[in-house]
Design a protein around this ligand. Structure first.
Ligand SMILES: CCC/C=C/C(=O)SCCNC(=O)CCNC(=O)[C@H](O)C(C)(C)COP(=O)([O-])OP(=O)([O-])OC[C@H]1O[C@@H](n2cnc3c(N)ncnc32)[C@H](O)[C@@H]1OP(=O)([O-])[O-]
Length: 298
């Protein structure tokens, strides 16, 4: 079971950082755990309901939940804490902002920095994927806004995706539009959901799909009105949690392990590949132009 990130049964439940609360039934009984060290900038809010065993993880990194190195580090630590907590069986991943799930990788982390920085950043992206895609928990993405590139990847890592039924919200792997290339494990994750043909076309065109289009191609499983995304995620979670954990976990591992192992086997090479790609002058220029265009949009 090497593919599954953390062995939940053998590790003690420990809660380490701030922005972490445990729900024991009523709102009045929210308990806040103290930080052991002041690591967290609270870009991620985690609320664990102990009576249901379901944690809600809300991304809260203004303005657009872009995946910076700090964000990714905090995300992976938060996830690991839930993974080793025997009281937690399910995770709902969502955004604290109403119109944006996540803007994907923070482009400023990929512009004008050192090779060492790019390597550390890419390792953090890999870790996020390995932990979320390999999670033993039931994972449901409550996609309450737009979700390009790395944001789409996070949603795709989950077992089930529920998206707000708003044609203005878009999701997809748009990397080629930035002049960059989604790595093989982004591609594999998408193939495992929508198949080879749709993925090939999506990746080449850097296609963003409106919520209804994403539902049509199977990139998201369910569309619901914006104000029903969270409650529907909770209802779907109950259904998934009715399956015995061990059987569901082994099945999930059987489905995902080959995909995970491909990256694990070449993690270092993948980092080197990213660094040599992202440091090219032409790629740096493309990213800068894209970033400037984003800023001028207003
Ligand atoms: C090989 C590598 C694989 C790569 C994978 C990736 O994920 S690549 C990533 C691919 N991702 C994309 O292509 C997504 C690009 N982003 C968007 O399409 C839109 O921002 C939006 C739809 C997410 C939100 O629309 P909205 O109208 O609500 O918001 P807004 O547009 O007004 O932005 C507000 C502020 O946030 C800033 N900022 C935004 N995104 C990023 C970012 N990723 N990073 C950093 N900064 C970002 C933006 O510049 C602006 O800054 P300012 O001027 O205030 O200093």
């Amino acid at each position: 079971m090497a593919a599954l990130a953390v062995l939940r049964s053998s590790a003690p439940a420990r809660l380490l950082s701030g922005s972490f609360s445990v729900h024991r039934g009523g709102l009045a009984s929210w308990q806040h755990y103290q930080s052991r060290r002041p690591f967290s900038n609270n870009k991620i809010l985690v609320e664990l309901n102990e009576s249901t065993g379901v944690a809600v993880m809300k991304m809260k990194s203004p303005p657009v939940n872009s995946l910076s190195l700090d964000f990714l580090t905090e995300f992976s630590i938060s996830l690991e804490k839930l993974e080793i907590d025997r009281g937690c069986r399910g995770l709902i991943l969502t955004s604290a902002f109403p119109k944006i799930f996540s803007a994907g990788l923070d482009i400023t982390e990929m512009c004008g920095k050192s090779a060492e920085h790019y390597a550390a950043f890419w390792k953090a992206v890999q870790e996020m994927w390995l932990k979320l895609y390999g999670s033993n928990m039931v994972t449901i993405a409550a996609v309450n806004g737009s979700s390009p590139a790395g944001g789409c990847l996070m949603a795709m890592c989950c077992d089930y995706r529920i998206m707000a039924d708003n044609p203005k919200f878009a999701i997809g792997l748009n990397e080629t539009q930035l002049g960059i290339v989604a790595p093989f494990w982004f591609k594999d994750t998408m193939i495992n959901i929508v198949g080879n043909r749709v993925t090939e076309q999506s990746l080449q065109l850097g296609q963003m799909y409106s919520a209804p289009e994403a539902h049509k191609i199977g990139l998201v499983d369910l569309l619901v009105p914006e104000d029903k995304v969270q409650s529907t995620a909770a209802a779907v979670m109950t259904q998934w949690l009715s399956i015995p954990d061990h059987a569901r976990q082994l099945t999930k591992s059987m489905m995902r392990k080959p995909t995970i192992d491909r990256l694990v086997k070449q993690q270092e090479a993948d980092i080197n590949n990213f660094v040599s790609f992202i440091t090219r002058d032409s790629i740096q220029k493309s990213l800068q132009v894209y970033l400037d265009r984003l800023k001028q949009k207003k």
